[in-house]
Design a protein around this ligand. Structure first.
Ligand code: GLP
Length: 249
């Protein structure tokens, strides 16, 4: 795992966007794995700005998002489809049929998971996967205890994740109880992974990521075994790692 330490959220976002832009500009066609949450919003903002300044086109890009809440439609302001449209897709030239997010409204959720996994295969797999990290170490919505050999599946969200995400909802009760997420193995099959972490809330989990053994109780720990992971983290997120003088490069 390569670690790039940056000053703050803004620098994290700019570095991440620059990495994605280099990638997209260097490929004839590619598939990006995208994430939601508070962390990548600044990255998406920088990508939109680069598009507006004619530094990139997304015409040849395909995207697959990590996850989606069950029971929220694309028009629901808290659905991840809505988030992606608002924060990125509506502002760039990506063809809408190139953008994919699990359908949390599917009548048959197990079938939707199979369809999504097949879709990723058909696209030739994910080239570059953007990831955030939950405070309990979840990636996508793969909660602690998820099998490392999981593919796209239905999950019951932990109370810790529901309350961490309640800030986006007007009422905490409205946070869905279930989600569809790419599995850990789905994520690990990506050719390259870019994980972003910012803020003091992520300090403890980053410390665990660098010091704990690979264990299904910390889903992100599996990233230690991936051959091409870059972590861009700000000084707050790395504060505990540095305080403990953990050697990370
Ligand atoms: C959410 C998402 C994850 C995200 C994580 C961290 O639950 N499903 O994909 O990485 O939690 O969120 P944030 O970036 O808001 O800290």
């Amino acid at each position: 795992m390569r670690v790039i330490e940056v000053k703050d959220y803004r620098e994290m976002s700019e570095r991440a966007a620059a990495h994605i832009l280099d990638y997209v500009n260097g490929m004839k066609s590619c598939t990006l794995g995208l994430a939601t949450g508070g962390t990548p919003i600044g990255t998406y903002r920088s990508l939109v700005e680069a598009y507006r300044n004619k530094k990139v086109s997304f015409h040849h890009v395909y995207t697959v998002n990590l996850d989606e809440y069950v029971g929220l439609s694309a028009a629901h302001p808290n659905s991840y489809r809505f988030y992606m449209q608002e924060n990125l897709f509506n502002h760039i030239d990506i063809p809408s049929e190139h953008t994919h997010i699990p359908n949390g409204m599917a009548a048959d959720l197990a079938e939707e998971c199979r369809r999504y996994e097949e879709l990723i295969e058909r696209l030739g797999g994910v080239d570059l996967q953007l990831l955030g990290i939950g405070i309990n170490g979840h990636i996508g919505f793969n909660e602690p205890g998820t099998s490392f050999s999981s593919r796209t599946h239905l999950v019951k969200l932990t109370e810790s994740t529901r309350s961490a995400n309640a800030r986006f909802f007007s009422n905490p009760e409205e946070v869905p109880t279930h989600a569809i997420t790419m599995g850990i193995e789905t994520i690990m099959r990506s050719r390259e992974i870019l994980l972003l972490a910012g803020g003091i809330k992520k300090a403890e989990i980053l410390y665990k990521l660098f010091t704990e053994p690979v264990d299904e109780q910390i889903p992100a720990s599996i990233l230690q075994t991936h051959p091409n992971v870059t972590i861009i983290a700000d000084s707050e997120a790395l504060s505990r790692v540095k305080e403990k003088k953990v050697f990370i490069v």
